[in-house]
Design a protein around this ligand. Structure first.
Ligand code: MN
Length: 474
């Protein structure tokens, strides 16, 4: 996985001076204890840092400014241990430019009937303190996340974990740079879009390079480096020459490895973390990058075929959110419409990433009818089974829209001996008919990101953070 910053989240408890200094010390102690236990639970992907207790408007305002200016802080988690007059939060919250999670919880998960007194009640006022605070966030229109429940429970910690991943992806989105090798495919509509709007709304930089610039970089790749990758490939995958002569097979694989290293060097030099290619625009390249693109996606790069820079950036974004776990560029390819079998077979010409493979991928070389180039090497494998989400991003004159649905993934019912590519079968959870119809109605294209790791709720939270519309088909 391509490295991202070592993010942390700041945690703060809201309170006030009405109950005396002793109670404020108790609030601080409890907040510290919660944070320590959250960090030690092993359930959170990023560290939480306890920043104590906030009681005044000036303190809260300064706190929020500090968060904005600290690049290592991905967001803030707030908790109202006692009643915290929410007018104090207005100024700071309005200035906050990072994701906000309101943890509506209580230090103890029970009512201590035998010992409870007014001191306990004053100290443990989350029940109404969280409502006072929530009112201001709602009134300000802050798109904050609310996680409700006992902080020590696994499901609550899991909700915090999922949100942390979304918040980190949001922060990282402003560093995503897409390198377009060539333009979009001729005549195609869904791969177009407003690159300026993408930078304004989503933080993405989208740059064009002529394929000739890439070819020059690929020529610089040293034979020794290709050889090293070839050795590695033999360990990671099953090399299957099939009907090819060994010479032809190895030649094709080496061409792809040379492209892999050349593209990677090109991207690294420009700090690009996503890229697209276009089979109509392969000037000077011997093959369409197939295995090369698959290996780069495995490494964590975003990718979109046919010049689809939106899906390239979305793939990179969701890979960050998913820690590059089973989250891949995908395309709706062909359908099974028989009753009881309804499903979409997802694939691409070549470029599906092997992190969703359920078997050990084979490296194969076959001719490609499209692009008019040499027979390219590619990874061939079968996808996985389980729950997943499928997401796309479309561009309208009035802004971007995300479209997503939860899906059931299965393995194809049979082998496809004449279609030697990577394959994944899935059915929308609402059913193929209802799901696909709603997708088409909303204008969703055929290029998507499919993830076994991410949850529909995370896609919802992500769209909320960006302030873009989302059509959820569920
Ligand atoms: Mn395509």
């Amino acid at each position: 996985m391509l490295k991202i910053r070592d993010y942390e989240f700041w945690f703060v408890a809201g309170s006030q001076h009405l109950y005396g200094e002793e109670q404020l010390k108790n609030v601080a102690r409890d907040a510290e204890d919660i944070v320590n236990k959250l960090n030690n639970s092993g359930n959170l992907p990023y560290k939480v840092v306890c920043k104590g207790v906030m009681t005044t408007a000036d303190g809260i305002t300064q706190f929020m400014k500090d968060i904005n200016y600290n690049d290592n802080v991905a967001g803030v988690i707030t908790w109202m241990h006692t009643f915290s007059p929410a007018k104090n939060w207005i100024r700071g919250t309005k200035l906050l430019q990072k994701p906000l999670l309101h943890l509506a919880t209580q230090y103890l998960n029970k009512i201590p009937y035998n010992t409870i007194d007014f001191d306990y009640m004053n100290l443990n006022q989350s029940a109404h303190g969280d409502r006072e605070y929530g009112y201001i966030n709602a009134r300000l229109g802050i798109k904050n996340k609310i996680v409700y429940g006992f902080w020590g429970d696994e499901d609550v910690q899991e909700e915090i974990a999922h949100w942390e991943d979304v918040a980190v992806a949001y922060n990282e989105s402003f560093h995503i740079k897409v390198c377009r090798f060539g333009d979009t495919m001729r005549n195609v509509a869904v791969t177009e879009g407003d690159k300026i709007e993408a930078q304004i709304k989503l933080g993405w930089t989208v740059d064009y390079y002529g394929v000739g610039d890439l070819v020059a970089e690929i020529q610089e790749v040293r034979a020794a480096d290709i050889e090293k990758e070839y050795q590695q490939l033999q360990q990671d995958y099953i090399l299957t020459p099939g009907k090819n002569t060994l010479d032809k097979f190895e030649h094709s694989v080496r061409i792809q490895l040379k492209q892999y290293l050349g593209i990677k060097n090109f991207l690294e030099k420009g700090n690009y973390t996503a890229f697209c290619t276009n089979f109509e625009d392969l000037w000077g390249l011997e093959q369409l990058p197939g295995l090369a693109a698959q290996l780069l996606m495995r490494d964590g790069y975003g990718f979109g075929a046919e010049g689809d820079w939106k899906t390239a950036a979305l793939t990179r974004l969701l890979k960050i959110m998913a820690h590059n776990d089973r989250t891949v560029f995908m395309e709706d390819y062909t359908l099974d419409l028989r009753k009881g079998h309804e499903a979409i077979l997802g694939a691409h010409m070549l470029e599906v990433d092997s992190t969703i493979a359920s078997d050990k991928p084979r490296v194969e070389v076959h001719p490609l009818d499209i692009g008019d180039k040499e027979a390219p090497a590619r990874l061939v494998f079968t996808g996985s089974e389980g729950d997943a989400v499928d997401v796309t991003l479309v561009d309208y004159r009035d802004g971007f829209r995300m479209i997503s649905y939860p899906v059931d993934c299965h393995k194809p019912e049979a082998e496809t001996p004449n279609l030697p590519i990577a394959k994944q079968l899935w059915t929308p959870k609402v059913g193929l008919k209802a799901g696909a119809k709603a997708w088409i109605q909303a204008g969703g294209g055929h290029h998507t990101v499919l993830s076994f790791r991410l949850k529909e709720e995370q896609i919802h939270d992500l769209a909320e953070m960006f302030g873009i519309s989302l059509v959820e088909i569920c």
